[in-house]
Design a protein. Sequence first.
Length: 407
Amino acid sequence: MTLNKIFDVAVVGAGVFGAWTAYQLNRAGAEVVLVDAYGPGNSRASSGGESRMIRMGYGPDRIYTRMAQRSLELWRELFERSGSAATSPRLFHPTGILWLAREHDPYCQATLETLKQCRVSYEVLDRVELQHRYPQLLPGAAAWGILEPGSGVLMARQAVQVVVAQAQQRGLKYVQAAIVPPGSQGERDRESGGGSNEESPLNSPELHSITTSAGEEIMARQFVFACGPWLPKLFPTVLNQLIHVTRQEVFFFGVPAGDRFGPGQIPAWIDFSDLVYGIPNLDNRGFKVAIDAHGPESDPDTLDRIASAHGLAAVRAYLAERMPELADAPVTETRVCQYENTSNGDFLIDRHPSFENVWLVGGGSGHGFKHGPAVGEQVAALIGGEAKVEPRFSLGTKECMQQRKVF
């Protein structure tokens, strides 16, 4: 079966990058079809799950601070437009974001300078003030902190679904189906060691359609593949060694009676020196804690979503030092998701080397959710010829060896 029309753009992947790309293109007047195998915000997706931080701090990487500023503006506009800003549960919680810094902490010092240059509101808290404001959170090795009072937490799964629903109200076509990996002579040439036309993408062949696993053909003039951990499976010869999909575990702990661990009492916090973060008891689901270190390589289709005993033990050991009231708290929920990591943590937003009308968008690398609106804007501008590929997001800068630089 074939959809009896040619769309302006087909977007594959209804996670936060794909949903916002489809939304921005739709608002610009394009006829867009959005395709996803499991549905927007599904439990296998990197954009699934309940909550994601939206922070402005990024060490020296002002490019991401500016994207986060723009994204928060667009998230707020979307929630106002959809009416969800006034409903319960809220989709953005302005909890504030607290950075826990060591005495000599180059990354947090660089974050301070970036926040200042980008005119982001912040407070610097010494150890005494940290203990006074947040007695639930022991400073441990932290000597000081940075508080971003205007930042907070997005309700991820629900927010992605709102993006797609808003676009559908404006005429977006949504199709739930798996896509067969695209193929072309250019792709076969690469596999056989033949010539690559990476240097001259405008001379590359075009992709005219994609096919679902049920045999349905979807035709479009432009294609965006924003399918996160599935990108290497769709384009193995181009991306298999450049995007690393890793298993990540998240735990929710039951809090004591009262509201001491709620969003009005404690901010979301980040301790990147130990690669751990925490999110308050939102929607009364429990206090969320996760270790941000990359886990083992995984397959998003077959990955068991059951948290491990050793993962829980590691988080409890951290809580015993940082939040002792929760060290023996009952586990109320767990999640196993995945990161899709580029070599250094930068995004991938670039043209496919073998198809002039195909764009690859991914590499969220554990920090991408907040940036969905800005990524969607950038992809829409690239397709419209109003922007050029940001060098840091180009395919040519991606390497096989992982050396994380963006947090």
